[in-house]
Write a protein that binds this ligand. Structure first.
Ligand code: ATP
Ligand code: MG
Length: 394
């Protein structure tokens, strides 16, 4: 009786001819996440993946690592035996239950699946016979086929797998199965959540952060790095582009009407983000904007910001209330870091009364005053520092 992990994936199975590609990406992501936790063999078998430990391992540690991989519907710690001999299956089930549980006062149900349709017993027979054998061995247990406290699954494949825990995965699709996107990552609550949501659909993430030293502190930058580390547990490695933004912000502040500052700044951020996106072969930009959340996110402001973009801009939070975004940030562990009170470049150079319905023509006229903006953008791009972010294990 050996321990292993059986991985179930839902949506992937629908992908027809592309299925093997999705399965391979999922296996890559699992291998990446369990790296350092022991030696494992990751393989697929008829619509399931198996992570088989080849030496020492810590079950809960491996489970929490696999739990962070997108594309998984359930993870089941299983025991496996190299035979489909029915007496051995029954004995192993008893042994498994003794190891699994301490108190035997619950109701249960046996569920069986067999890949080999020529097996002498059908699924119903297996359930019935194993169920009866369990009752013989544990007098205090009762069967409840409708709402059992516990389920005992038996799957007969090349080997036989027995398990009774099904841990819910994150769903979604494996990262890397849907191209790359460039996340505009600030230190706030919204953008890490936006990155998480797009990565959940299989998009690999890189990020860009606009840093206005000394108006934004080193600590503000460290906070963004920390947020990138937290989301990278699920999104995989992130190349974080730290763009020096002070020169541009000061120029806007000096030359343009103050009620338009934020919109003009956002338009320039988008242009720089696009340049970096194209360099790393990202096909889209991702932001944490939601309609009406602040003046720069009214529908008119979003249209004015979008006007400079040639890549599609994904705004996964567009219809979310702040509280709904906070709920996700709590779930993905970014909230506590996001609320650390360090200034960000948008709040330093903010107008008292920003326009809420910017007129694109008027904005363009104001931007003409930034005569050397092309050179400034080039410098900001050239002086960008790329930090390679890898997930931390804690
Ligand atoms: P967040 O909570 O993500 O900071 P926000 O509610 O503060 O969002 P804004 O400051 O208007 O909203 O920013 C809108 C979006 O623009 C952010 O979600 C983020 O994608 C991007 N953004 C804002 N500031 C920066 C920055 N300094 N660097 C990178 N992206 C930024
Ligand atoms: Mg912000």
């Amino acid at each position: 009786m050996k321990k292993s992990f059986l991985i179930k994936y839902g949506e992937l199975a629908l992908k027809g001819k592309n299925r093997y590609m999705f399965e391979n990406k999922l296996m890559d992501q699992i291998r990446y996440r369990i790296d350092g936790l022991g030696k494992f063999k990751v393989q697929k078998e008829q619509g399931r993946l198996f992570v088989e430990p080849l030496g020492e391992f810590e079950e809960e540690e491996v489970l929490s690592a696999i739990k962070e991989v997108f594309g998984i519907s359930y993870i089941c710690p299983v025991v496996m035996i190299d035979t489909d001999d029915f007496d051995t299956i029954k004995e192993t089930t008893i042994q498994f239950m003794k190891e699994q549980y301490e108190d035997f006062d619950f109701t249960f149900k046996v569920e069986a699946r067999r890949a080999n349709k020529n097996y002498p017993l059908n699924s119903m027979d297996i359930c019935r016979e194993v169920g009866a054998y369990i009752l013989d061995n544990f007098e205090t247990l009762k069967v409840d086929v409708k709402t059992p406290d516990k389920r005992v699954w038996i799957e007969l494949r090349d080997r036989t797998y027995i398990y009774s825990r099904q841990i819910k995965g994150l769903g979604g699709m494996p990262v890397g199965s849907n191209g790359r996107g460039m996340l505009l990552l600030s230190g706030g609550i919204d953008s890490p959540v936006a990155g998480y949501m797009v990565a959940k659909r299989g998009v690999a993430i890189d990020a860009v952060y606009f840093h206005s030293h000394p108006y934004t502190s080193e600590r503000a930058k460290e906070k963004v790095i920390e947020l990138a580390k937290i989301i990278s547990r699920k999104t995989g490695p992130i190349r974080l582009h730290v763009v020096p933004f002070t020169e541009i912000q000061l120029a806007i502040y000096e030359k343009c009407p103050h009620d338009q500052l934020t919109i003009i700044m956002r338009r320039i951020m988008m242009q720089i983000a696009e340049i970096h996106a194209k360099t790393v072969k990202s096909l889209a930009l991702i932001t944490g904007e939601a309609i009406g959340q602040v003046a720069s996110q009214t529908i008119q402001s979003l249209a004015a910001t979008n006007d400079v973009c040639t890549l599609p801009v994904f705004r996964p939070l567009i219809g979310f209330d702040k509280q709904e975004i906070i709920d996700i940030s709590l779930k993905i562990d970014t909230y506590e870091t996001s609320i650390l009170p360090y200034e960000d470049c948008c709040t330093v150079f903010v107008a008292k009364h920003p326009v809420t319905k910017p007129n694109i023509k008027a904005i363009k006229r104001s931007e003409e005053k930034l005569i050397d903006i092309e050179e400034m953008i080039d410098r900001a791009v050239d002086d960008t520092v790329v930090i390679k972010i890898k997930p931390s294990r804690d």
